[in-house]
Design a protein around this ligand. Structure first.
Ligand SMILES: Nc1ncnc2c1ncn2[C@@H]1O[C@H](COP(=O)(O)OP(=O)(O)O)[C@@H](O)[C@H]1O
Ligand SMILES: [Mg+2]
Length: 380
């Protein structure tokens, strides 16, 4: 039985089938050939001439290795050796030299035959050039990104010192000379101190954001229950002020960077206690559940809720939906949360109904198990 007949599923010699194959062979934009182990092409399509420029008459007598780039020849010989051993080749990329001396990158697949081997070549020069360009851009972006992060960190760090001076001299002025000032003067002093406090919060949040951005999280086993207790202790005064009730469900132990996870919970629980209508004490619920390969932490509240149109953009830096008079804040907290979730390979999102409340979910994938250690089963 003829090999080509088998390929198209006919068992007897069929002139029509041969005609189809011959036409397909001629039409293919890829380079197709049956190549001999004697170094010459036995049967090849017009794509060779169209793409590499070598006239058919030349290629009939020119060893194919001659048009392989000299630096790729020995590797190509190795690949031909593999075909001679009966192996197939999936994507071998080498440079071919065109008749005008230009070079093209071709990706070859090949399969063995009795007196010849079969090869298919595709020009991947553009694809490789594009990949190269993309890799270079990614490198450049990474460079500028790192520079920007350094800049943000240094700037916020260096702003801290003069701010500390401004705040302490304002305090001194208030203690020593407030009585010498008239009502207006005392009001100005108070506004200046408020400004300094706000700036302190902004700088602290920016520093936290830069730290999260710059440092690779060092994961360790974290008892989430204990962590939430610590966070509630830190938030104690703020929570007491709002009269919020915090309910904590059953929480697992998971692998995470403890300081970052605490930061995330502090921002989410702080927000949940903060964004509620005046005059009503909020209830905040902290819970967690396992899904396949991940843990989802949820901080829910029965506060003012968030319009669907705002549910994505609140995670961007400095986005606040309310004036400072309604709710204090810097607009950096959720940007920090998103960064932390992403640094752990996860993500954060919100479900909310305006007027009823919000649920912030943080999905944290399990850390890849270290080789040889059994995967930690955090909780059932
Ligand atoms: N639990 C919540 N309920 C309603 N709105 C929220 C909640 N959490 C965040 N938001 C909205 O998202 C904005 C951004 O939050 P965040 O980055 O923490 O900034 P901040 O708390 O400093 O205002 C908030 O100003 C608020 O408008
Ligand atoms: Mg906040």
């Amino acid at each position: 039985m003829n090999r080509l007949d088998t390929a198209i599923g006919t068992s007897a010699f069929d002139p029509a089938a041969t005609e189809h194959l011959t036409r397909l062979f001629a039409m293919s934009p890829d380079l197709l050939a049956a190549a001999g182990f004697d170094g010459l092409l036995k049967h090849f399509n017009d794509a060779w001439e169209q793409q590499l420029g070598w006239p058919r008459a030349v290629m009939e007598t020119k060893p194919y290795l001659d048009i392989v780039h000299p630096e790729d020849r020995s590797e190509t010989e190795l690949q031909i050796g593999r075909l001679a051993q009966g192996e197939t080749i999936a994507e071998y990329v080498c440079r071919m030299v065109c008749v005008d001396g230009s070079v093209r990158w071709m990706a070859w697949s090949g399969g063995p035959g009795d007196e010849a081997f079969y090869i298919v070549g595709r020009d991947v020069s553009e694809r490789l050039a594009m990949e190269h360009e993309l890799a270079q851009r990614a490198d450049r972006l990474q460079g500028t990104n790192a520079e920007l992060q350094d800049f943000a960190y240094t700037a916020s760090h260096d702003l801290s010192e003069p701010l500390r001076m401004v705040a302490s001299f304002l305090g001194l002025l208030e203690r020593r000379s407030a009585e010498d000032l008239d009502e207006k003067g005392r009001e100005y002093l108070r506004l200046a101190s408020d400004g300094a406090v706000r700036m302190r919060h902004l700088i602290d949040d920016l520093l936290t954001y830069s730290r999260v951005a710059n440092e690779e999280p060092r994961r360790e086993q974290v008892d989430l229950h204990a962590l939430v207790d610590d966070v509630l202790a830190v938030l104690g005064p703020a929570i007491a002020e709002t009269g919020a009730t915090v309910e904590v469900g059953e929480l697992p132990t998971l692998e995470a960077e403890p300081t970052q996870l605490a930061q995330l919970l502090q921002n989410l629980i702080g927000n949940a206690a903060k964004f509620h209508p005046p005059g009503r004490s909020p209830t905040v619920c902290v819970s967690a559940r396992r899904t396949t390969g991940a843990c989802v932490l949820t901080v829910a509240d029965d506060g003012i809720g968030i319009d669907e149109a705002d549910q994505e953009r609140i995670f961007a830096m400095f986005t606040r939906l309310h004036g400072r008079d309604a709710y204090a804040g810097t607009g950096i907290g959720l940007a920090i949360c998103r960064r932390i979730a992403e640094r752990h390979g996860g993500r954060i999102y919100v479900e909310s109904t305006p007027g009823q409340g919000s649920m912030f979910h943080t999905l944290l994938p399990d850390a890849p198990a270290a080789p040889g250690t059994p995967r930690q089963q955090a909780f059932a």
